[in-house]
Design a protein. Structure first.
Length: 124
């Protein structure tokens, strides 16, 4: 398995601080417009489409990660959650497979959180 397949996860958060600030300001302005009820149908549809697109991309990547995790689970006859608990407790050693497996577990957790946010499930 090669981490390059997951470059989209790595790119998240790599934008310069200035770009983040500008984006945050735009999002704040958009939130204010929503709070004031001053949103056009176009803005509403665009935002919905953007969130749906990001969620679909996130789900596709998560599916690939889960398949890769399944390969480790079959190879070592251990669920990823149990493996990660043991890894965190220092009970697995430092083999490259274990480091990669732990990284994939963490990436999957982060993608699951992102997907919940994108689909609105985090607010429920």
């Amino acid at each position: 398995m090669i981490f390059a397949e997951y470059s989209v996860v790595r790119r998240i958060g790599e934008r310069p601080v200035k770009a983040h600030t500008l984006t945050a300001e735009r999002l704040h302005a958009l939130a204010e417009l929503y709070e004031q009820g001053q949103v056009s149908d176009l803005m509403d549809r665009t935002l919905e489409k953007l969130l749906r697109h990001e969620a679909e991309a996130c789900q596709a990547l998560l599916s690939q990660l889960q398949a890769d995790l399944g390969e480790f689970e079959q190879k070592y006859h251990l669920a990823s959650t149990e493996f990660y608990r043991q890894f965190q407790a220092g009970q697995t050693g430092d083999d490259m497979d274990y480091v990669e497996w732990a990284s994939l577990v963490k990436m999957a957790e982060n993608l699951e959180k992102r997907l919940r946010l994108l689909t609105g499930e985090a607010a429920r």
